[in-house]
Design a protein around this ligand. Structure first.
Ligand code: COA
Length: 300
């Protein structure tokens, strides 16, 4: 998830372990990797050994990058295949690098090939019980009426709010909706209204014990009044009724407001990943828009 880029000041309470995860977190990270991959299924994928090459019409970095969750017999040969795959897709070859498959050989090969390293993102978890209680009214007026609507498809109002805040539902909407149409996990779209006017949205996906929290967005005029806390509470209540016991989310290092909110809600970072993209001079079949609005993905 990308978002606000408010000036950083206080210490970042979500900064956590970066490498050499302790065994419990390493196993949790492995589980979360698989859960997050299921929550954002690529439109097309091929496997090369322990690498999954994903393509999703350019929407989101996750859906258009290699998930290197295991090893390959020959990194050099596999890298060439990656280049061919993404060139055919009209996308820059990109890897999502996580501590789950920390391969020195791959890192060195990407360094040598000039791949950049962007978008450090923390995967964070919290017990669901900490999230379900409804916070104070997200309005300056005590008499305002607050509404929470849930739906299993994104309605017009949900899309309008998300599209104004998140790149994935703005310039990348078509690709994003195509990904969501192949998602088979239970999903909820929450829209929060204040006096009948949509102010904030969020999306939840359940998978066994997990609630994945995605697409959190509050319209700029409604921010800082607790709207996102209401949305999280609604997502948690929906997921709790379906047996989930824990929540996870992904938040970029630059999303300072979101990070403060999530830390305050009780999320703790488990591991960090980032994206490594081939230099722009690498051969490409067609130019592709990577988006670039003020805020980004529901799935980073
Ligand atoms: C992150 C986001 C969803 C938070 O929405 P929100 O409705 O303003 O959140 P809340 O009011 O519930 O909580 C925000 C907290 O940050 C604080 N905050 C600090 N600076 C803020 C600012 N410039 N604007 C809003 N809140 C700010 C608020 O005071 C609040 O803390 P508090 O409840 O202790 O007072 C919203 O800022 C947003 O849509 N950002 C762009 C998209 C994004 O980053 N999404 C999340 C990606 S992981």
């Amino acid at each position: 998830m990308r978002g606000d880029q408010a000036a950083p000041s206080p210490p970042d309470s979500l900064v956590g372990l970066r490498a050499d995860l302790p065994p419990d977190d390493a196993s949790l990270a492995r589980e979360l990797e698989a859960v997050a991959n299921r929550a954002w299924p690529p439109l097309r994928q091929i496997e090369i050994g322990g690498w999954t090459l994903r393509a999703s019409a350019g929407a989101s970095r996750r859906g258009n990058s290699v998930w290197a969750h295991g090893s390959v017999p020959d990194v050099r040969v596999a890298l060439a295949a990656v280049s061919d795959f993404y060139t055919a897709e009209g996308l820059p070859p990109t890897f999502q690098l996580t501590p789950v498959a920390r391969s020195e050989q791959l890192g060195a090969a990407l360094d040598a090939a000039g791949y950049d390293d962007t978008g450090p993102t923390d995967v964070c978890v919290a017990p669901l019980g900490a999230l379900v209680s409804v916070p104070p009214s997200p309005s300056r007026s005590v008499s305002a009426s607050v509404g929470v609507a849930t739906a299993d498809v994104p309605g017009d109002e949900w899309l309008r709010v998300a599209g104004q805040v998140l790149t994935t539902f703005g310039v990348q909407r078509a690709g994003t909706l195509a990904v969501l149409s192949v998602l088979r996990l239970p999903t909820v779209y929450v829209t929060l209204t204040v006096d009948g006017v949509p102010a904030a949205v969020g999306r939840g996906v359940t998978d066994d014990r997990w609630l994945g929290i995605y697409s959190m967005a509050t319209l700029p005029a409604a921010r800082g009044r607790g709207a996102a806390r209401w949305v999280v509470a609604a997502l948690a209540q929906w997921a709790g009724a379906r047996g989930a016991t824990h929540a996870y989310l992904q938040v970029e290092e630059v999303s300072t407001v979101a990070r403060g909110l999530y830390a305050d809600l009780g999320f703790r970072p488990v591991y960090r990943y980032s994206y490594r993209r081939a230099p722009l001079s690498a051969p490409r079949a067609a130019p592709v828009s990577r988006g670039g609005g003020p805020a980004g993905a529901g799935a980073a």
